[in-house]
Ligand binder design. Structure first.
Ligand code: FE2
Ligand code: FE2
Length: 213
């Protein structure tokens, strides 16, 4: 997709997506859109519309059961891994990205597809757009879980608006590392599987942080 996404397209997408989700998931989706717009303005204003669209589409398959996810994988030609099977929350990012290509071709932009694909686990070599959707999904205003509230506060209390870009990037790196740590601590304490992409994303961010001056 080469043309810039318009407000009208986003408005139609907001309506279509909201109609397909439960009120709670629709509200979260709209809050992620708001948050990613806020983050984009700080880091890459030129990507705001693209990331808004990615936010609106990120959880379109979240409410499907594991059985439905597995059937959808089959239908879409996705071969799930054992890791997906034992960490079923990872399915929806994969199926959503694939479904966008089929059902929302106007939004099948590479940046949208990759931001949606990696919004749950992250992975090594995350692009800025992927990082911003990942963080927006963690700290959007609909999140009341204490870790999310703490991370939201950590990011905005640092007053990123007053920072230069280098300082903002360091803050983003620091807050992302913290979010991964909290996520992995939760998974460990519940005895659940940690996706290897999550571990790789965390390790890479730690290395990135260590190389900051
Ligand atoms: Fe999600
Ligand atoms: Fe989400």
């Amino acid at each position: 997709m080469k043309k810039q996404i318009t407000e009208e397209q986003l408005q139609n997408l907001r309506k279509t997506v909201s109609e397909q989700l439960s009120p709670k998931r629709a509200y979260h989706t709209l809050c992620v859109e708001q948050m990613v717009a806020r983050l984009s303005e700080l880091f890459c204003p030129e990507k705001t519309m693209t990331l808004r669209a990615a936010a609106l589409l990120h959880d379109i398959t979240k409410e499907k059961s594991t059985k439905e996810q597995e059937a959808l994988c089959k239908e879409l030609g996705i071969v799930p891994t054992l890791e997906n099977h034992f960490s079923p929350k990872t399915y929806h990012a994969i199926t959503a990205a694939s479904l966008i290509e089929r059902e929302y071709p106007d939004f099948a932009d590479e940046k949208i597809l990759s931001a949606v694909r990696w919004h749950t686990t992250g992975h090594a070599g995350m692009t800025l757009a992927e990082k911003l959707l990942y963080l927006a999904d963690y700290i959007d205003e609909s999140r009341e879980y204490e870790n999310c509230v703490a991370l939201r506060k950590e990011f905005f209390d640092a007053n990123p608006e007053s920072m230069n870009m280098e300082e903002r990037e360091k803050l983003l790196c620091r807050v992302l590392i913290h979010s991964y740590r909290l996520t992995m601590e939760d998974l460990l304490s519940e005895g659940r599987l940690i996706a290897k992409d999550t571990v790789e994303a965390y390790n890479e961010l730690l290395i990135e942080q260590a190389t900051h001056r």
